[in-house]
Write a protein that binds this ligand. Structure first.
Ligand code: ADP
Ligand code: MG
Length: 290
C-alpha cells in the first residue's frame, strides 16, 4: 500500500495501484506518483538476493513450481523451472499447448505468484514486493505483448502506444516524440492516427510491440504473439523481436508453440509438461535473419 498526497488539495489516497489523477480535485498526480515509485525502488534493495554479486541475469527463476487447485484436484503446471536470461538476449520458451508456457509468463511478469520457488527481475525477488511496488515494477521494467494485441479500440495507434507513459509519469512532449519514433521503428510511421480496426492483424501487433517498448522496459514479455497471425506476418513479428534485441539491446522473452522461433531467437528452452527438457543455443541468430 502506498500513501499518495495531492499537492493541490492535500487529499491523501491510500493505494495499491498507480493513481494519475486526484479523486478529489482532479489534479495531475503523475509526478508525485513517479517520485514515490523511485523512492520505493531504492528501498526495495532490501529484497535483493545477496548470493548474486553481479546483475548478470535480468530475469532468473529458481526451482519455480506452480500448482493450480481445482476443487479437490491439484494441477501441477510448473515443476521446478529454472530460466536464466541475460541482458539483450532473445530467449524463447517453446512447448505444446498445456505445457505451462502461459503459467511461466504470468510468474515472470508478476501477474501471478508461484506455489514454490523464486522469480527475480534484476535480482529483486518479486514475492518480496508489496502491491504498489509490484505495480511500479510492472509499469517501468516490463513490457507485455499478448496473442490478441489488446489495443484500445477507440484510440489511435499513437494514443495506444503512449498510454503506458501516462501511468509511468512521463511528460506529454516526451510521450508524443517517443511514441512516433517507436511506431516508425516498427514500420508504422505512416499509420500514427489509424485506429486498430483500420489496421491489419500484423500491424496491430506492431502497435502492441511499440506500446511494450514505450516506457523503456528492461524486458519484453510476449505470450504467443504470433498465434493470431498468418505464417508470413508471424515471421515478421519474430524478426521484429530479433531486431529490437540486437539493435536496441532489449531483452525479449517470448513463449510460443511455433517452431519457427528457432530461426530467430538466440536461445530456445523446450518446455514439456511443466519442465525444461532441452536448451538449444542459436548463436547464428545474433545476426539479423533477413
Ligand atoms: P500453455 O500456455 O503452454 O498452453 P498453461 O500454462 O496455460 O499452458 O497451462 C498449463 C497447465 O495448467 C494446463 O494443464 C492447464 O490446464 C493448467 N492451468 C492453466 N491455468 C489454470 C488455472 N487458472 N486453473 C487451473 N488449471 C490451470
Ligand atoms: Mg498459453
Amino acid at each position: 500500500m502506498a500513501r499518495i498526497e495531492c499537492p493541490e488539495c492535500g487529499h491523501v489516497e491510500e493505494t495499491t495501484g498507480l493513481v494519475t489523477v486526484c479523486p478529489e480535485c482532479s489534479a495531475d498526480l503523475r509526478s508525485v506518483m513517479a517520485e514515490m515509485g523511485h523512492r520505493r525502488e531504492k528501498l526495495r534493495e532490501v529484497a535483493h538476493d545477496d548470493s548474486m554479486t553481479t546483475h548478470e541475469f535480468i530475469v532468473r527463476t529458481k526451482d519455480l513450481h506452480k500448482i493450480y487447485i481445482m476443487g479437490e484436484v491439484e494441477v501441477p503446471a510448473l515443476k521446478g523451472v529454472e530460466v536464466n536470461i541475460r541482458r539483450g538476449e532473445y530467449l524463447s520458451i517453446m512447448g505444446p499447448s498445456g505445457s505451462g508456457k502461459s503459467t511461466l509468463f504470468n510468474m515472470v511478469g508478476g501477474l501471478d505468484k508461484p506455489t514454490k520457488g523464486t522469480c527475480f527481475i534484476e535480482e529483486v525477488d518479486m514475492a518480496q514486493l508489496d502491491a504498489f511496488e509490484l505495480a511500479w515494477l510492472r509499469c517501468r521494467k516490463i513490457g507485455y505483448i499478448f496473442q490478441t494485441f489488446n489495443l484500445i479500440p477507440v484510440m489511435t495507434a499513437l494514443e495506444n502506444v503512449t498510454l503506458p507513459m501516462i501511468f509511468a509519469g512521463m511528460s506529454s512532449d516526451e510521450m508524443m516524440d517517443r511514441g512516433a519514433m517507436l511506431l516508425d521503428l516498427v514500420g508504422l510511421g505512416e499509420r500514427l492516427h489509424h485506429k486498430p480496426y483500420e489496421l491489419s492483424g500484423g500491424q496491430q501487433q506492431r502497435v502492441a510491440v511499440a506500446r511494450a517498448l514505450v516506457t523503456r522496459p528492461e524486458v519484453i514479455l510476449a505470450d504467443e504473439p504470433t498465434g493470431e497471425l498468418d505464417t508470413t506476418t508471424g515471421r515478421q513479428i519474430m524478426f521484429l523481436f530479433q531486431k529490437i534485441s540486437i539493435e536496441e539491446g532489449v531483452t525479449v522473452l517470448m513463449v510460443t508453440h511455433d517452431p519457427v522461433v528457432e530461426e530467430y531467437a538466440s536461445l530456445v528452452y523446450h518446455l514439456g509438461d511443466g519442465t525444461i527438457e532441452e536448451i538449444i543455443e542459436h548463436p547464428e541468430n545474433k545476426i539479423l535473419s533477413e
